[in-house]
Write a protein of this length. Structure first.
Length: 400
């Protein structure tokens, strides 16, 4: 494998405060050397070592690839009509999930695979170099297992969401469904999954069912994530904190106690952030945009010291976008995040939500996932919404 020098970077976001200014670790007139798929050197362009090949950034901005830590890509069909009705005044309830379940069950493996490939390609072109992929539209043993098998072809960050909603055939006996999720479904799904997730919400799974399912997943070695407090206040966030979840996602309706619980989560571990890690609050502004709902209060979380991630929630119902730059622009404009906070949340924050230290940063030894923007600064990601600014994507050091 040849080494590559990316030079004449006008502004480099490293996400390592030791490498530059502020939390973004910003450097001017920088260069990065990539070797063997990893970052081998970071410093001033004028003192960069030689490499086998050179990529001239011509003064453009560079940053780590986006880490989209929440996406539902394994599904068939779409729900454009539901979206149209919503924009005419219908509320979002999550009830449409069953429409996608029916379409997903009827699809062939190749159809599902092609849809994941299409969305993964969209995301990559927009700078997403790490993406988490959930199941949750199969909701039978065979359909959840094949959803995760297909997801695994595209990402190591796969999440078993058999507890998305109770499928129609179990509508009258949710306890039996929970028993199956914890039994035969988990056994079939877990070899293909790193994480387990539950939609803990009125109309989906209550806190007792959610706790039971997440505990079963933990018992077989899966990490915990929770869909929490999306449609209304509830116990999901505190359940996630109780179980040491890597991330609680949505966080749209939070009480003071929820914010306090998140702010107090610090688990001792051998982590690069100084020996601690936390339960991250993953905010998904594409969902509020597409359901015309109030946005989560990011300022309140950040000001309380909570680690925040931004992700797309890409799915055919509540948020059919694969674009992290779009989510950054929404977070800045609608959630009072600064551009620096939003870019950090979309890169380092996503990595924290996946408990990864090799992505979301450009430090020596990190995976060489690097974006060049057709712009002089990361600020333009929010300043120029809707403009395709990601001009070069390196994934594992390879140009895509
Ligand atoms: O994260 N809230 C639950 N699950 C998805 C929506 C799924 C759908 O509407 O199809 C979400 O928003
Ligand atoms: Fe989701």
């Amino acid at each position: 494998m040849v080494s590559l020098l990316v030079t004449d970077i006008g502004e480099l976001v490293t996400n390592d405060p030791a490498l530059g200014d502020g939390p973004l670790g910003l450097r001017r007139d920088a260069a990065v050397v990539v070797d063997g798929g990893r970052v081998a050197w970071v410093g001033d362009a004028r003192s960069a070592p030689a490499a086998d090949a050179v990529l001239d950034a011509a003064g453009r901005a560079a940053l780590p690839g986006f880490v989209d830590s929440h996406a539902h890509l394994v599904f068939a069909g779409d729900r454009a009509a539901e979206f149209g009705a919503r924009m005419a005044g219908e509320p979002y309830t999550g009830g449409g999930i069953r429409t996608t379940v029916a379409a997903t069950r009827a699809a062939t493996d190749d159809e599902l695979r092609a849809n994941v490939a299409r969305l993964r390609g969209e995301a990559l072109r927009q700078g997403t170099t790490t993406i988490e992929i959930k199941s949750g539209y199969g909701l039978s043993v065979a359909d959840e297992a094949r959803s995760l098998r297909i997801a695994r072809e595209f990402s190591d960050e796969t999440t078993f969401l058999g507890a998305h909603v109770v499928p129609p055939e179990y509508a009258d006996r949710p306890d039996d469904y929970v028993g199956m999720v914890c039994g035969s479904m988990l056994a079939a799904a877990s070899p293909h999954a790193r994480w387990i997730d539950v939609f803990c919400e009125r109309g989906a799974f209550d806190v007792d069912h959610a706790r039971a399912i997440l505990a079963c997943g933990q018992a077989v070695g899966l990490g915990v994530r929770v869909h929490a407090n999306q449609l209304g206040p509830g116990p999901g966030v505190q359940l996630g904190v109780e179980l040491g979840a890597a991330s609680v996602d949505h966080c749209t309706h939070l009480s003071g106690a929820d914010v306090d619980a998140l702010a107090s989560t610090r688990f001792d571990c051998m982590c690069p952030d100084g020996g601690h890690t936390t339960t991250v609050a993953t905010l998904l502004p594409g969902a509020e945009f597409s359901t015309r709902s109030p946005y989560p209060d990011a300022r309140r979380l950040l000001d309380a010291g909570v680690t925040v991630a931004l992700a797309t929630d890409c799915n055919p119902g509540s948020s059919y976008t694969s674009s992290m730059p779009f989510c950054i622009a929404l977070a800045v404009r609608e959630m009072r995040m600064t551009p620096a906070e939003a870019v950090s949340a979309a890169t380092a924050g996503g990595a924290r939500a996946l408990r990864r230290d090799d992505v979301g940063v450009l430090t020596v030894g990190a995976r060489a996932d690097l974006l060049l923007l057709d712009a002089p600064s990361y600020l333009h990601l929010a300043y120029r919404p809707g403009v395709p600014l990601v001009s070069t994507v390196l994934l594992n050091g390879e140009s895509q």
